[in-house]
Design a protein around this ligand. Structure first.
Ligand code: DGT
Ligand code: CA
Ligand code: CA
Length: 589
């Protein structure tokens, strides 16, 4: 699958064009890259089946972009990209990832100091060559250093949402093999960690027809695995396991086991390592041995084929994968086993979600109309969608002003009328994603905010404020009666940007006082983080899981927000978009 490779090239092109000061075009490349990342089908297959026309049906892909994709599929190159690289021979992707280094600054650093990559940049920072440059200064140099440290920490780990579409494709192919009786993702991917070191897949084969048959089956699965289309390198292959490197950049491990030890193997390979260490110890304390092959008393296997059975044999209820981090789940499980409360949380599931309230329409430069977004939400089985376009302070995002918001209100009323006449129960809610200005005020007049169904507010500028100021800024916004939801509360972006400096305990306290709902943003922000979700839950602060979709396909990102919420032990009652509309609206009164 070349989707991610091509997406990366498009991101690079966008950045090069930005450096050159080209207007609008960079955004088009980014949009195309976004949808390629989210695409669950191989772009090569799409092209082979339907040619340029089929490519152009991918959202964000027009004539120009589809030509580029075709060129890449045919030649492995995109001419304009090669030309841009020649003109500015930089590792652009690496450099602009540094927080505080926009394309403009990257260009200056190249022209003045010959900085081409992260290494050059780090050297220059250490020699204090950056601060003296005009437009930079000591603060920028410090920020760059921080950014470098941050990037180093996250190196080599992939965003869950970035690799999942490619993984799902492989998974489906394996699942369809006749030798495969059971299959599951394992490791950090199954635990829905926000970043993934490598992909682990576990397969069970039929052993009931004798060892020779089982051996042949396992071999067939491993052979198939290493010959998958996206495999670039084979790290190793044995009779029951294989390990490969994919063109998309990540590694995958496959394990094949007989059905009778599938549960034990799944428990082992799901991890985490820390969780496994404790479960094994519990087994030992009971005079048992727990391994990837099963649970044994002496040489007799007493459990192994399912995880439920494995946990039960060591005296524990089933523990959801997202909880297996040795963060108190074992104590909770033991408590439950002894009949005490609260025990393990009954964590939220994707099917509990009834709507998505952070969605952008083409009013603010998003890709799809309100109606298309609404229909896509209906197809997901939702009961409502909330349109929350950016507001006027964010000019680059075509933020809406008061008048446009009121016009939009009318359009939404009309649309709801139409749905009603069609006998549909579905409802479009009208909100906005307003900006919390430096002094904590909102960039839209209160009398207009009051006319919306709900208001989201978020920080989108001056991210580097001192802790006290930033906390006070957010506090003031939360205390605005019209503000219902605090978007991406800490400002972090996975592998890209650390959170702002804030006093999270204070934010929780204010949320409790004001009834402000904290968002769990499902995009690459994954903000709130899992441990903050747990703290919010403990304080009784309500949350909402939103996708922050800028097109209809991104509505599918909900699964990652839900994964994050599950890792944060959130139950349906902690999350307000599990509610039917009538109950939901009470939170916005
Ligand atoms: P990752 O790949 O870094 O995102 O994290 P994981 O958790 O997927 O780790 P990985 O792929 O190295 O191993 C998959 C699982 O296998 C891991 O979660 C637990 C189990 N495992 C691997 N090595 C060990 C080990 O040395 N001891 C124990 N107890 N379990 C291990
Ligand atoms: Ca792994
Ligand atoms: Ca692994």
């Amino acid at each position: 699958m070349k989707n991610l490779k091509i997406a990366k090239i498009f991101y690079d092109i966008a950045k090069y064009l930005e450096i050159d000061g080209v207007a609008f075009k960079p955004y088009a490349y980014e949009k195309a890259a976004n949808s390629l990342e989210a695409l669950e089908k191989d772009v090569g297959e799409i092209y082979n089946k339907g040619g340029l026309k089929a490519l152009m049906e991918i959202s964000g892909v027009g004539k120009n972009i589809s030509d580029h994709i075709e060129e890449y599929l045919k030649s492995g190159k995109i001419t304009i990209y090669e030309q841009l690289k020649k003109k500015l021979p930089l590792n652009i992707d690496e450099l602009v990832k540094i927080e505080g280094l926009g394309p403009r600054k990257v260009k200056i650093l190249y022209q003045k100091l010959g900085i081409k990559n992260l290494k050059d940049l780090e050297k220059a920072v250490k020699k204090h060559q950056i601060a003296p440059l005009s437009g930079f200064g000591q603060k920028t140099e410090d920020n760059i250093l921080q950014g470098i440290e941050f990037l180093k920490k996250s190196k080599g780990r992939f965003l869950l949402g970035d690799i999942m579409p490619a993984v799902k494709e492989v998974f489906e192919k394996l699942k369809n093999l006749k030798e495969v009786k059971k299959i599951s993702l394992a490791g950090s991917l199954r635990r829905k960690k926000e970043t993934i070191g490598d992909v682990d897949i576990l397969v069970a084969i039929d052993e009931s027809r004798g060892p020779a048959f089982a051996k042949a089956s396992a071999g067939a699965v491993a052979d198939f695995f290493v010959s998958l289309p996206g495999v670039e390198k084979i790290w190793g292959k044995g009779g029951t396991k294989a390990s490969v490197h994919m063109t998309d950049g990540f590694d995958m491990d496959l394990r094949v086991v007989p059905e009778k030890s599938y549960g034990a193997a799944l428990q082992y390979f799901t991890g985490s390592k820390e969780h496994n260490i404790i479960t094994r110890k519990i087994a030992i304390d009971k005079g048992l041995k727990l391994s990837e092959y099963g649970v044994f008393r002496g040489s007799k296997a007493i459990a192994g084929s399912t995880e439920e059975e494995v946990y039960k044999s060591i005296g524990l209820p089933y523990i959801e994968p997202e909880l297996r981090e040795n963060e108190g789940e074992i104590q909770a499980a033991l408590q439950q086993a002894q009949g005490n409360l609260p025990g393990l949380p009954k964590i939220i599931e994707l099917k509990d979600i009834r709507g998505d309230l952070h969605c952008h329409s083409n009013w603010d430069g998003g890709e799809n109309s309100i109606e298309v977004m609404a229909k896509s939400a209906m197809n997901l089985g939702y009961e409502y969608i909330g349109i929350s376009d950016h507001t006027k302070f964010l000019r680059i995002e075509n933020g809406l002003n008061e008048k446009q918001l009121l016009d939009q209100k009318k359009e939404i009323e009309k649309l709801n009328e139409k749905f009603k006449n069609q006998g549909l129960k579905f409802r479009v809610l009208h909100g906005c994603e307003s900006n919390i200005l430096n002094n904590g005020s909102i960039d839209i007049k209160d009398e207009v905010l009051a006319q919306l169904d709900y208001v989201i507010a978020g920080v989108h500028s001056s991210l580097k404020m001192e802790k006290k100021e930033m906390t006070a800024r957010i506090e003031k916004a939360m205390k605005n009666h019209n503000v219902d939801i605090l978007a991406h509360p800490t400002g972090r972006i996975v592998n890209q940007r650390d959170e702002y400096k804030i006093d999270f305990d204070k934010i929780l306290k204010i949320a409790k006082e004001t009834g402000t709902i904290l968002e769990i943003n499902s995009s690459s922000r994954l903000d709130l983080r899992d441990f903050y979700i747990r703290r919010a839950k403990a304080e009784g602060v309500k949350m909402i899981i939103n996708t922050d979709s800028h097109n209809k396909d991104q509505l599918n990102l909900m699964e990652y927000g839900v994964g994050q919420a599950r890792r944060g032990w959130a139950e349906p009652t902690d999350i307000i978009n599990t509610l039917a509309i009538k109950e939901l609206l009470k939170y916005f009164e």
